[in-house]
Structure formats: structure tokens, C-alpha cells
Design a protein around this ligand. Structure first.
Ligand code: GDP
Length: 198
């Protein structure tokens, strides 16, 4: 069986649902307070993609590394997530080390928070400035509009579609981590794209 290893980043403003997304995808759970108790910085997921192919996903919750110490990372304790009490980080430019070797990316925002939507432009630019595929192309990136279960929506479907097309995303999807809507589908779509450019 062929085995692939893909490093995938999940980026976006604080509180948009990145950690919940990974927790849902990897552990199949939605738990409002898990962040306080779990302390993971990246997660692993094994996918049996086909009879012939197995994919190991290394999923990095990148904005969660705001208070993350590179010294500690160098010491090999990179699965220990540093506590970030505010959860309020807006756009922060990430160190290149986090982007290194990434083959796919999720940019996430919260449909009830227009600021988090506007930040996606910066997140995507930061990604494209700091990471590229071995052949020089930009990394396949999917735009996810989270919290679609909430009534107080502030970003229209039409503006998401236009933004996604104008900024080079592979595709975009409306999701709800809470309701488990489109979580697995979004990751399948991204992995499919990575497989096709590999
Ligand atoms: P992060 O800072 O981007 O990692 O965001 P978190 O995963 O910590 O989520 C921030 C808050 O949004 C938490 O209170 C989550 O329970 C909540 N949340 C995440 N996804 C959803 C969703 O799909 N719907 C709703 N209503 N709340 C969500």
C-alpha cells in the first residue's frame, strides 16, 4: 500500500473554530471546553484513501501557536500546546517554520464575525508569501465559513464565493463544526486536491 504524509495547516483568527474543527475531525467530538483540558498543538489522522493508498495527515492548528515557544518545539515537545488565555488574536504573521513542508491549508472564518472574514485575505497572503509546493506553485487552500448553525450571520454566501474566486482558493464551503456539517467533506476535498497535484 502506498503511504502519503501530508502536513496541513489550519489558520484563521482566534475563536473562529479551528481547534474545534480539528477535534471534531480527528476525534469525532464537539466539546465547548476541551481546549482548556486537552493541550494539543497538532493532531494526526490516518485515512484509508483507497485500496492502494493510505494518507497520514499532520494537522497543525497554527494560530494556536501564538504563545508557543520555539525553544520548546526544538526540544521535541511540540505536542504540548501552550495555553493562550485571550483567544483574541487577530491576524498575526506566522514564522516560516510553521509553514515549512505544508502541502495543504484550511483558512477558516466565522460567518457571524465580519472581521474574521476580512482577515482571510491576510492569512492567504501570508501563506502564499511563506510557503509553496516543491514545483513553486501555491499550496492548495480551502476556505471554510464556520458556525453556519448560528442565526446571526453577517457574511453573505455571495461575498464568500467572490472572495474565494478572487483569492485563489481551491474551493469554499459553509460548515458547522457544532452540527458536524461538511467537516469530513471539506477535508476530503482538500486531500483530493493535494493528491491531484502531488
Ligand atoms: P479557535 O480559537 O479558532 O481554535 O476556536 P475554538 O475552536 O476554540 O472555538 C471558539 C468558540 O467557538 C468555542 O466556544 C467553540 O465552542 C465555538 N464554536 C466552534 N465551532 C462552532 C460552530 O460550528 N458553531 C457554533 N455555534 N460554535 C462553534
Amino acid at each position: 500500500m502506498n503511504e502519503h504524509l501530508f502536513k496541513i495547516l489550519v489558520i484563521g483568527d482566534g475563536e473562529v473554530g479551528k481547534s474545534s474543527f480539528l477535534h471534531r475531525y480527528v476525534n469525532g467530538q464537539f466539546n465547548k471546553t476541551y481546549k482548556m483540558t486537552m493541550g494539543v498543538d497538532y493532531s494526526l489522522k490516518l485515512l484509508y484513501w483507497s485500496d492502494k493508498e493510505k494518507v497520514r495527515l499532520h494537522l497543525w492548528d497554527i494560530a494556536g501557536t501564538k504563545h508557543f515557544s520555539v525553544d520548546r518545539w526544538m526540544a521535541g515537545r511540540h505536542n504540548e500546546r501552550c495555553v493562550f488565555p485571550t483567544g483574541q488574536e487577530r491576524f498575526i504573521s506566522m514564522n516560516r517554520i510553521y509553514y515549512k513542508g505544508a502541502l495543504g491549508c484550511v483558512v477558516m472564518f466565522d460567518v457571524t464575525n465580519p472581521t474574521s472574514f476580512r482577515s482571510c485575505r491576510h492569512w492567504k497572503q501570508d501563506l502564499d508569501n511563506k510557503a509553496m509546493l516543491p514545483n513553486g506553485d501555491s499550496i492548495p487552500c480551502i476556505l471554510l465559513a464556520n458556525k453556519c448553525d448560528l442565526a446571526q450571520r453577517a457574511v453573505t454566501t455571495d461575498s464568500i464565493k467572490r472572495f474565494s474566486e478572487a483569492n485563489g482558493f481551491v474551493t469554499w464551503m459553509e460548515i458547522s463544526v457544532k452540527e458536524n456539517m461538511n467537516v469530513g467533506e471539506a477535508m476530503r476535498r482538500l486531500v483530493q486536491e493535494i493528491m491531484s497535484v502531488e
